[in-house]
Design a binder for this molecule. Structure first.
Ligand SMILES: Nc1ncnc2c1ncn2[C@@H]1O[C@H](COP(=O)(O)OP(=O)(O)OP(=O)(O)O)[C@@H](O)[C@H]1O
Length: 252
């Protein structure tokens, strides 16, 4: 069994008076793909955003319980959020490259973290674009605007941008929901490859996608983590009737 990377124990989250996550217990393991599924509004994105404290920007949001990233207590007041986000990168639903060149998008975060050496930056850009399976398509146009790429290419660029600071965990919030089927397959292939080096947590509305790419699946329902198990178990022999009803399309 791979080692535990992120451990959530009795994690509760409130938006003002609204109790959005109810005592979530979950162990996310190193170099596995963990999929978060469930109907709209069940708390998948809320949970995902806890993992790198993206909810901090919501003033009414309050969290209790424990969320450990290896030895780091994610919600401890002393935790350095910038350092945390360097280790736990994020890719969003709609591709959101900066209105800059392809090169500058990928070099942006390493530069922000103080890297100035031009050769090193070039190396990082090349390596990240290769890891994101985009290098061959863009190597001759690195200084062209990122916004000139197709949607699928833009999303792979955003993945390259996230990889450029060598995170350990990659959070993905419905990364293919804005993409066509071929671009979606490319991203799915990429996720399977990235798993050799990274721990990946992905929110998806697409159950086939969860079944195709994840090792573990967590099924959420109105703020509860109903069932968390090997993906095969969730999709073939779920233990909870509610999971079965959801995966067989009876609701959601
Ligand atoms: N900033 C916020 N303020 C108040 N309530 C919020 C906020 N963000 C989310 N919520 C509520 O928390 C619950 C969980 O939302 P969340 O976005 O995590 O669900 P989700 O499962 O990711 O849904 P979807 O699949 O539609 O993105 C919902 O009831 C939502 O309305």
């Amino acid at each position: 069994m791979n080692k535990a990377k992120i451990v959530s124990e009795d994690l509760n989250l409130y938006y003002g008076d609204f109790h959005a996550l109810h005592g979530i217990d979950m162990t996310i393991r190193d170099r596995e793909v963990t999929a978060l599924i469930g109907p709209s509004g069940c708390g998948k994105s809320t949970f995902l955003r806890c993992l790198n404290r993206m909810n901090d920007i919501i003033p009414i949001c309050r969290v209790d319980g424990t969320l450990m990233f290896e030895d780091t207590d994610i919600y401890a007041p002393t935790t350095d959020v910038v350092a945390l986000r360097k280790r736990v990168g994020m890719v969003f639903q709609a591709p959101n490259p900066f209105p800059k060149s392809i090169f500058d998008n990928v070099a942006y975060a390493p530069k922000l973290h103080g890297l100035k050496d031009k050769t090193k930056l070039e190396e990082i850009v090349e390596k990240s674009l290769k890891q994101a399976a985009l290098w061959d398509e863009v190597k001759d146009r690195l200084h062209k605007p990122a916004l000139g790429l197709s949607g699928g290419q833009q999303q792979r660029l955003c993945i390259a941008r996230a990889l450029a600071i060598q995170p350990e965990v990659l959070l993905m919030d419905e990364p293919t929901s804005a993409l066509d089927p071929i671009s979606t397959l490319k991203i799915e292939e990429l996720i399977r490859e990235l798993k050799a080096q990274y721990t990946i947590v992905i929110v998806t509305h697409n159950m086939q996608q969860a079944a195709r790419i994840s090792d573990k699946t967590a099924f959420f329902l109105v703020g509860d983590l109903v069932e968390f198990d090997h993906t095969e178990v969730i999709f073939t022999t779920p233990k909870d009737q509610r999971t079965e009803d959801y995966i067989t399309g009876r609701f959601g």
